[in-house]
Design a protein around this ligand. Structure first.
Ligand code: UD1
Length: 353
């Protein structure tokens, strides 16, 4: 059975790694890996392949940046001939980025079976580009691998047949479990015992100068109490420069490799983020997470985990951070099947097909 995996952006990489590694244990699977090139900077892509031990892609489509329409169309145009030529039995797509939906659309039209890893997540906020990608990909997929039960419920509500949906757990946590020992060996030179780790890159937070200014001002305020360590996504770095904001008091860093970032998360007093995956990682690590959004497609991180939605205007952040600093952290648990074996469950399932 020939399985072709498609990745494009940084958060796809920690998801594909455990699935490829689990499938490798079975001789009946032949695997091909295609990188769309949506993310192309070394520290957004190459270094993750090395640390996560993902095989070198069989092909990189080199699509690069662009508007949503242009990027999605470019991926589709460059991906279609690959499917026609390589004729995979199944294509696996990951997460909710433009590469995910573009590849799923190409396959659906060529009648090639598609499996969606991390299916069923919903923020119910269609202003978020990822929500559109999730909705469309899940409608097109033949196999839907969900990380948590809320995903199964969302898919049932959208009329997706239950026999296509398989609750396997969280593949991103597989990578975390595997590399946590390496992260624990990392030295955090020059950092105080207590610090706050920040990431910020969502268009709703950084593309609008008013919103970005409010958030940066809140971070400067936090920084006066506790050191703020902030690895900056290229999109955010560009916006800070475009809007001529002075953020030089913050410890701004280049985007970090996986193991180094995990080491920083594990030891952080709190994490402030607008990322999706980090809400999950902090829940597993039991580190308080303050999410700069009004909604989340990962509600289990709020109901069971360490995550609190603090909105985008700074006030919620202030209140919730004060609680964490006063030691009033909410109690939390790790959701079921977030155990390091989600990739194994996908491979076992595919072996029985
Ligand atoms: C994408 C995903 C988002 C994910 C994020 C993680 C979509 C719709 N969004 O957002 O879900 O959380 O990746 O990083 O797919 N850039 C570089 N170098 C790179 C990549 C991007 O400089 O290697 C810059 C470019 O200026 C580009 C901008 O970042 O225009 C945004 O990149 P893009 O791939 O469009 O979306 P992300 O914001 O990274």
């Amino acid at each position: 059975m020939h399985i072709l995996h498609v990745v494009g952006a940084r958060p796809n990489l920690m998801k594909v790694a455990p699935v490829m590694s689990a499938l490798k244990q079975y001789s009946r699977f032949r695997q091909t890996l295609i990188h769309t090139g949506q993310h192309y900077d070394t520290n957004m892509s190459d270094v993750f392949f090395q640390q996560l031990e993902i095989p070198v892609p069989d092909m990189n489509l080199g699509v690069g940046s662009g508007s949503h329409a242009r990027q999605t169309a470019e991926i589709m145009t460059r991906f279609e001939p690959i499917i026609l030529e390589r004729k995979p039995d199944l294509v696996l797509v990951y997460g909710d980025v433009n590469s995910t939906v573009a590849a799923a659309l190409v396959c659906a039209k060529l009648l090639v079976r598609v499996g969606h890893v991390e299916a069923g997540l919903r923020s119910f906020d269609r202003a978020m580009p990822e929500e559109i990608n999730r909705l469309v990909t899940d409608q097109l997929a033949d196999l839907l691998f969900t990380p948590s039960e809320d995903g199964d419920r969302n898919l049932a509500r959208e009329g997706i047949a239950a026999n296509k949906v398989h609750l396997v757990g969280n593949v991103m946590i597989d990578s975390l479990v595997r590399l946590l020992p390496a992260a624990m060996k990392q030295r955090l030179n020059g950092l105080p015992d207590r610090y706050v780790l920040v990431t910020l890159h969502r268009p709703a937070n950084v593309d609008d100068d008013h919103n970005l200014k409010i958030l940066l001002q809140s971070l400067l305020e936090v920084n006066s109490q506790l050191k703020v360590v902030f690895p900056v996504h290229p999109r955010t770095r560009q916006r800070i420069a475009d809007f001529e904001f002075d953020a030089s008091q913050l410890d701004l860093r280049e985007p970090l490799p996986y193991i180094e970032f995990l080491a920083l998360q594990r030891r952080a007093t709190a994490v402030i983020t607008d990322s999706g995956g980090i809400q999950e990682e902090t829940t597993y690590l039991k580190v308080p997470c303050l999410t700069l959004r009004n909604n989340t497609e990962r509600p289990v991180t709020v109901t069971m985990g360490t995550n609190v939605l603090v909105g985008q205007n700074g006030a919620g952040l202030r209140t919730e951070l004060a609680k964490v600093l006063a030691g009033k952290q909410k109690s939390s648990a790790v959701p079921p099947l977030w155990d390091g074996h989600a990739g194994d469950r996908i491979a076992e399932f595919l072996d029985k097909l």
